[in-house]
Design a protein around this ligand. Structure first.
Ligand code: SAH
Length: 225
């Protein structure tokens, strides 16, 4: 799976993809992540990519030309399944969206800055708008990294069996059960006996109960869905 991320701050995206599971996925050739500097597509000598908003008001607006040039160049090289704009007024990211996107082949992600991007970019090019939550960040880079991480770990072959994504929270509509490792007792705090029993059927039953109880307590809305 291939991601092309368009940003004015490429260096902000170096670290998130250079470690752990995301790094491994790229080394294995399962995913490719290409970061493009929007300023390379600026249409003026100053390499600026933003301008004052029509109608006045505070904040700068990212212009259509640089985004259009970069998107069209990418589209001339391959077909894209989605062009995603990271934006607080988009659909809030959840596991279902990540699952769906993990089946795609080529995705472009646009990172906004300042006040955001010219509405025409959204109307003409963007096929999906995703928010990472009801708060406003200064740029779309961290949200883009979050979306890529959520997707890539779901692609078959990326995670090893021990970290299988299928047992994670939300995958079956429930939160995950509590987890423990050695020591079995720490300052009088014991791991639940059942987990030390070796009885796999009972352990699974306990985990199911815990998942349900935790979901009922913390996220009853998931059960209503
Ligand atoms: N004026 C916009 C916010 C702009 S913030 C508004 O009120 O909706 C600048 C950029 O940061 C946005 O263009 C977007 O790409 C990114 N961004 C900020 N918060 C985000 C969020 N919660 N989810 C996804 N992207 C976000």
């Amino acid at each position: 799976m291939r991601f092309d991320i368009i940003t004015v701050l490429p260096s902000l995206l170096e670290s998130p993809f250079a470690h752990s599971i995301l790094q491994r996925a790229q080394k294995k050739g399962i995913s490719e992540i290409h970061v493009h500097n929007l300023r390379d597509y600026a249409i003026n000598k100053q390499k600026s990519v933003d301008d004052y908003p029509y109608g006045g008001g505070s904040g700068m607006v990212m212009q259509i030309e640089p985004f259009a040039l970069c998107i069209e160049k990418l589209q001339s090289e391959r077909d894209y399944d989605e062009i995603i704009y990271m934006t607080p007024d988009g659909t809030t990211l959840n596991q279902e969206i990540a699952n769906d996107l993990s089946t795609k082949k080529n995705i472009i992600i646009l990172c906004g800055h300042y006040k955001g991007i010219d509405q025409r970019i959204r109307d003409i090019f963007v096929t999906k708008e995703i928010s990472i939550g009801d708060y406003v960040l200064s740029g779309g880079e961290l949200p883009a990294a979050i979306v890529v991480d959520a997707i890539v770990r779901l692609i078959p072959g990326v995670l090893s069996d021990e970290t299988s994504a299928l047992s994670d929270s939300f995958q079956d509509g429930l939160l995950d059960a509590p987890i423990y490792t050695r020591p079995a007792e720490w300052r009088g705090h014991r791991v639940p006996d059942i987990l030390l029993s070796g009885n796999e059927a009972k352990i699974n039953e306990w985990r199911d109960e815990q998942q349900l109880a935790r979901t009922r307590e913390r996220r009853p809305d998931l059960l209503n869905d």
